[in-house]
Design a protein around this ligand. Structure first.
Ligand code: ACO
Length: 336
C-alpha cells in the first residue's frame, strides 16, 4: 500500500478543489476532517453549514471549519448554475421549472460547479446509489474527447506479490457499462491502461479477458473480445494490449507459455479488462472477499473531469483514499 502514500503525497503537493455533495454524512465528515488536517485537498462540502458544523461537533471533529461550505438552497451562484443547467440540457428540452428543482440537488450542483470551473473533481456515493451519482455526471460533465464510454476501474492490491506491481493489478469495468460493445470495450481497455499509468505508476500490459485464449473457444462473446482487442490496438498502438485470453494465461507465466507463447502480455498482465460488467463486478468482489485483496475504487474513467463513486458500505478510509485518487486524476488531467 506504499502506492497510497505516493498518491496522498502527490495530492498534498498540488491541492485540488474536490466537492463532496454528501456534506452532512458522518463518514464523509470524518474523512474530510483527516483530509483537511493533512492538507490533502481543498474541500467543498455541500450542505447547510449550520448542520455540517453541528454534526462535526457531535463527532468531535476539529478541522471542518477549514472546508468551504455551500448551502444548496441559499448561495449567490444558484441562479447562474440554474442557467448553466438549462443551457447544458437545452437539447433535452429542460424547462426553467425542472432546472430550478435540479439545481438544489447536491449531485447536480457538484457537476455544475465542475462545469463552471469552480471545482476540480467530485466524490459521492456514501449515501447515493451508483446510478444516482453517475446520471448527472454523464448528463452534464460527459465523456472526454474521443471517448464515448465511461467505466469504473479498481486498484486491486492482491496477495500475489509476484504479479503486477508487487501484487497490484488494475481491473475494469467493474462499475458502469453493463454490456459494452466491442468499441466500448476497446475504450475501456485504453482508459484502464491510462489509469494504471496515472494512478498506479505502472507500465501497462493490458489483457482482454475471455473464456477463450487465442481461438481456443468460439462464439459471439469471444468474437466481441477479439474485435475489441483489434480496436484497442488501433486506438493506442503504443500500449501493450493483447487478447483474447483467459485469466490464467494473462497472469501465470507457465500457463502463458503453453497457451499464448507469442504474446507480449500473456503471463505478465497488470491491467485486466473484463468482457462485461457482470463478470467484472463479481470478480473484484470475489478477489476482495474470498482472496483477501484490498480493492480501491471504482475510479471512474473516460469522464471529462474526475468524478468518483463510493460504495454505500464504504469506510472512512475508503473516502479518504478516494479523495486523494480524485485529486490525482485532476492533477493528471491538468498535466496531460
Ligand atoms: N458512458 C457514457 N455515457 C453514458 C453511459 C456510459 N457508460 N451510460 C449512459 N450514458 C449517458 C447517456 O448517453 C445519456 O446522456 P444524455 O442524457 O445526454 O443523452 C445519459 O448518460 C443518461 O443515460 P441513460 O441511459 O438515460 O441513464 P441511465 O440512468 O438509465 O443509465 C447508468 C446510466 C446509471 C450508468 C446505468 O448504466 C447504470 O446504472 N449502470 C450500472 C451501475 C451499477 O449499478 N454498477 C454496479 C454497482 S457499482 C459497484 O459495485 C462498485
Amino acid at each position: 500500500m506504499d502506492l497510497m502514500q505516493e498518491i496522498i503525497a502527490r495530492a498534498c503537493a498540488d491541492k485540488q478543489r474536490i466537492v463532496l455533495p454528501e456534506g452532512t454524512e458522518p463518514r464523509t465528515l470524518q474523512a474530510a476532517d483527516r483530509l483537511l488536517a493533512q492538507g490533502v485537498a481543498h474541500l467543498i462540502l455541500i450542505g447547510n453549514p449550520e448542520e455540517i458544523k453541528a454534526k462535526a461537533k457531535e463527532l468531535g471533529l476539529n478541522n471542518i471549519d477549514k472546508a468551504e461550505m455551500l448551502d444548496p438552497l441559499n448561495h449567490p451562484r444558484r441562479e447562474s448554475y440554474r442557467d448553466l443547467l438549462m443551457e447544458l440540457r437545452k437539447s433535452k428540452g429542460m424547462t426553467k421549472e425542472e432546472a430550478d428543482q435540479l439545481v438544489v440537488n447536491p449531485l447536480y450542483l457538484a457537476c455544475l460547479m465542475i462545469k463552471a470551473g469552480d471545482a476540480d473533481g467530485e466524490l459521492a456515493g456514501a449515501l447515493n446509489t451508483t446510478g444516482n451519482v453517475l446520471r448527472p455526471a454523464l448528463q452534464l460533465v460527459k465523456t472526454m474527447p474521443g471517448i464515448s464510454c465511461v467505466s469504473g476501474a479498481f486498484l486491486l492490491f492482491t496477495q500475489a506479490k509476484h504479479i503486477g506491481r508487487e501484487g497490484l493489478v488494475v481491473v475494469a469495468d467493474c462499475a458502469v457499462t453493463p454490456n459494452p460493445t466491442a468499441k466500448e470495450l476497446s475504450e475501456i481497455a485504453v482508459a484502464s491502461a491510462k489509469t494504471a499509468q496515472a494512478i498506479g505508476g505502472m507500465e501497462p500490459r493490458v489483457a482482454m479477458l475471455s473464456f477463450s485464449t487465442f481461438g481456443s473457444a468460439k462464439g459471439e462473446m469471444v468474437d466481441k473480445v477479439v474485435e475489441a482487442t483489434r480496436l484497442a490496438k488501433e486506438l493506442a498502438p503504443d500500449i501493450a494490449i493483447d487478447g483474447e485470453m483467459q485469466a490464467d494465461a494473462a497472469l501465470v507465466e507457465t500457463v502463458a507459455k503453453l497457451k499464448a507463447p507469442n504474446s507480449a502480455v500473456a503471463g505478465k498482465a497488470n491491467v485486466l479488462v473484463f468482457p462485461t460488467l457482470e463478470v467484472g463486478n463479481i470478480a473484484y468482489k470475489f478477489a476482495e472477499r474470498l482472496g483477501g485483496a484490498i480493492a480501491i475504487g471504482p475510479i471512474l474513467q473516460g469522464m471529462a473531469a474526475p468524478i468518483n463513486d463510493l460504495s454505500r458500505g464504504c469506510s472512512v478510509d475508503d473516502i479518504f483514499n478516494m479523495v486523494a485518487i480524485t485529486a490525482n486524476q485532476a492533477i493528471a488531467a491538468k498535466n496531460s
